[in-house]
Design a protein around this ligand. Structure first.
Ligand code: ATP
Length: 235
């Protein structure tokens, strides 16, 4: 469904991605693991059109989307939840969700999508009138995910959804991501918390210095000595 081939991204003199290749199949959850600066965020930014690759290709359903404008990429079903959530803090939960549907022209269709999100994330339904900025960190992450779902993704890209959250809250957020995936949406999950990511992913890649150096099933990665040593705290 999504195929990155030999992707190169440069920020001036810095080469952030250096021949990165990976695939995500329909309905699959794929984890991207790697140290700070390995190129995980840049990978998501390149897919969603926020940075332009200088080499290689990004193909989605057989067509290249490399260098396409972000709005076109969202409209094609590739939706990115950036690191740090970036919800609108003075708008209500419901208003934030409405903004997630800015590309949805038909008002009834939008209302239906928002209702589905409330069904999947009942916590948001309970708080639909609350200002985004007054939600807890975990609730804000759920809202960021909910807002992305309103856009109707076929592939949801999540950048560090567990960042800054207490372990119990991480578990709740991961469960939501698992539910989204079970609903048929493919997920590309960037996580420092490799343990949590590998629990919900089917497959994963390790990224080092801008390229994928290891690709395995999540079960295999969880016990791979290189992964255990570098990303699972050595136990
Ligand atoms: P982290 O987990 O710390 O976010 P990451 O794996 O997501 O790390 P990237 O953010 O993709 O890594 O960064 C890859 C490389 O590109 C790093 O060396 C980083 O310093 C560099 N880089 C990222 N964004 C920019 C930018 N806007 N300008 C210059 N260099 C950048």
């Amino acid at each position: 469904m999504l195929e990155l081939t030999d992707l190169t991204v440069k920020y001036g003199a810095v080469t952030a991605l250096n021949g990165l290749s990976l695939t995500v199949r329909k309905g699959e959850t794929v984890a991207l693991l790697g140290n700070n600066g390995a190129g995980k965020t840049t990978t998501l930014s390149a897919i969603s059109g926020l940075v332009r690759p200088s080499g290689g290709d990004i193909r989605y359903q057989g067509r290249s989307v490399a260098g396409a404008p972000p709005s076109e990429i969202v409209a094609r079903g590739l939706v990115h939840v950036p690191e740090g959530r970036r919800i609108f803090s003075t708008l209500t939960v419901h208003e934030n969700l409405l903004l997630g549907g800015y590309l949805v022209r038909d008002g009834r269709g939008l209302a239906r999508r928002i209702d589905r999100v409330y069904g999947l994330l009942p916590l948001l339904a309970e708080r639909r009138g609350q200002e985004g900025g007054t939600l807890s960190g975990g609730e804000q992450q759920m809202l960021a995910i909910g807002r992305a779902l309103v856009a109707g993704p076929e592939l949801l890209m999540l950048d560090e959804p567990s960042m800054g959250l207490a372990p119990l809250v991480v578990a709740a957020v991961m469960e939501v991501i698992h539910d989204v995936a079970a609903d048929g949406t493919a997920v590309l999950l960037v996580e420092q918390n490799a343990r949590a990511a590998l629990q919900i992913a089917q497959r994963g890649y390790v990224i080092e210095n801008g390229r994928c150096t290891l690709e395995r099933s999540a079960a295999e990665l969880s016990v791979d000595p290189r992964v255990v040593e570098a990303y699972l705290g050595g136990d």
